[in-house]
Design a protein around this ligand. Structure first.
Ligand SMILES: Cc1cc2nc3c(=O)[nH]c(=O)nc-3n(C[C@H](O)[C@H](O)[C@H](O)COP(=O)(O)OP(=O)(O)OC[C@H]3O[C@@H](n4cnc5c(N)ncnc54)[C@H](O)[C@@H]3O)c2cc1C
Length: 429
């Protein structure tokens, strides 16, 4: 028997002429959905608007001379992460970043002492205790910022880290209950060859049609028809995995229009933005940080929005600056500005000579790319139910949505996208 995933990739002959299901998007959710459909004996075609598979999981080696993940780079909560066993089965080399990472903190113009780092860690614990207590207090949903501790030496830094830098949006913009429900912990696994490379391997052999951007989707009891520059394809049902940023922008015209509650859920799950600015860092004067080290700079005044630095994972010769939230949106579309601001962050800590010693930058472009329009979703205050609403099948399963935004626990991750793709493949008519 031929294994269903052993088919020649992107070979037109492999596309079923009358598929049961159209899967729109070949990111994690679309790949997982297609694998699950095929495993269940159902035929499908994956229509992908871009020139590659993987979506927001994308590894390339050309720009920095080593695998660099533009999007997802950690398998969070790896002991419950659906991709961990798949990575192991494929023999991917991976390490628990938490056991390796040298966590450094820069405050008051110098590296923090051991006592200051301990105080910062205590502030992080207090932050999570306050968030979890508030989420359990039976009160109405509200911005997560309202539950966060204020006024302590490290509180603003912790809030900046947990909000803009990790969730890609400020705590003031996020639903407290959704923030608490989707918070993840370690182990945080890093893959030598990248998370994007893993996801691309998981797509091998699937019937993916690239450069097939869906512009209109007709749907109803009689089936579905997807249309775009590639032509038209019909099927019994569709699974749509485009990001909520893409959907909110109206890039796919649904005919008939989506129900009001589905449209409202899409708008209640906007994408935050996380931009990575990666520099080649093999010059002797480049910042002297060990492999896998993470450096955070403290928030020193109102309006200060520091980037964080990750040094040379797997000794790959690069340094990555992470910039999330409103500051990332302000730089969106201006890679020269992003590069200059990241160099200034490095100069403020390591000196101008170290900043100049960094090679040219590779700046990720998730915000301006019309196939993504951001990094990952958060629920706005008051809409903790939006993920469940978006994930509810329409027209008796003829139209299902999937993707990271649909997952109530692993939202904003590859694991959430993967699991929601499988759930949609099981629910679709
Ligand atoms: C900078 C960054 C860092 C991240 N870090 C992590 C991390 O460390 N760990 C983690 O778990 N997650 C991380 N994530 C989040 C993770 O990458 C996403 O949650 C996940 O990849 C989303 O998968 P998806 O299938 O839901 O959506 P996508 O990956 O967006 O897939 C949707 C696909 O649909 C396609 N598409 C869009 N519109 C159309 C159309 N009209 N027609 C056809 N195709 C279309 C897109 O091209 C895309 O391929 C990060 C993301 C970013 C951007």
């Amino acid at each position: 028997m031929v294994h269903p995933f052993a088919l020649a990739r992107h070979d037109a002959a492999m596309f079923p002429s009358d598929p049961d299901v159209l899967v729109i998007g070949a990111g994690c959710a679309g790949i997982a959905a297609a694998r699950e459909l095929i495993a269940r004996g159902r035929s499908c075609i994956v229509l992908e608007g871009g020139t590659r598979v993987g979506g927001r999981a994308y590894t390339e080696s050309a720009s920095l001379g080593a695998p660099f993940d533009h999007g997802a780079s950690w398998l969070h909560q790896a002991d419950q992460n659906a991709l961990t066993p798949l990575a192991r089965a494929l023999g991917c080399e991976m390490l628990d970043h938490d056991t390796l990472r040298d966590r450094r903190l820069f405050a008051d113009g110098r590296f923090a002492t051991r006592e200051e780092r301990a105080a910062f860690a205590a502030a992080e614990d207090a932050f999570w205790q306050a968030i979890e207590a508030a989420a359990r207090d039976g009160g109405p949903d509200r911005p997560a910022a309202e539950a966060a501790p204020h006024g302590g030496r490290w509180d603003a830094t912790v809030a900046h880290w947990e909000g803009a830098q990790i969730c890609a949006a400020e705590l003031s913009r996020m639903s407290l209950h959704d923030f608490a429900a989707t918070a993840l912990d370690g182990p945080n696994m890093v893959l030598r060859n990248g998370v994007g490379a893993l996801v691309a391997r998981l797509a091998e052999g699937l019937p993916v049609r690239l450069q097939a951007c869906v512009e209109r989707l007709r749907w109803g009891a009689g089936g579905v028809a997807a249309e775009g520059g590639f032509g038209a394809v019909t099927a019994r049902a569709a699974i749509v995995t485009a990001s909520t940023g893409v959907l909110a922008a109206g890039a796919i015209a649904f005919d008939p229009p989506l129900p009001a509650q589905t449209q409202a859920a899409i708008h209640a799950l906007p994408l935050g933005l996380l931009t990575k600015i990666a520099f080649r860092a093999d010059h002797p004067d480049a910042p002297d940080l060990p492999p896998f080290a993470v450096l955070r700079r403290a928030v020193e005044h109102e309006g200060d929005r520091p980037m964080a630095l990750l040094s040379r994972p797997y000794a790959h010769p690069y340094l990555v600056a992470f910039c999330g939230g409103a500051r990332a949106w302000e730089m969106c579309g201006d890679t020269a500005r992003a590069e200059a601001e990241a160099r200034a962050e490095v100069a403020a800590i390591f000196g101008a000579r170290a900043a100049v010693a960094l090679g040219p930058a590779t700046v990720t472009r998730w915000g301006e790319d019309p196939l993504f329009r951001g990094a990952y979703s958060h629920a706005v205050p008051g809409r903790m139910d939006a993920r469940r609403v978006l994930a509810t099948p329409l027209a008796e399963g003829r139209l299902c949505f999937a993707g990271e935004a649909c997952h109530p626990r692993f939202a904003a991750t590859v694991a959430g996208a993967w699991e929601s793709g499988i759930a949609a493949a099981r629910a679709v008519a």
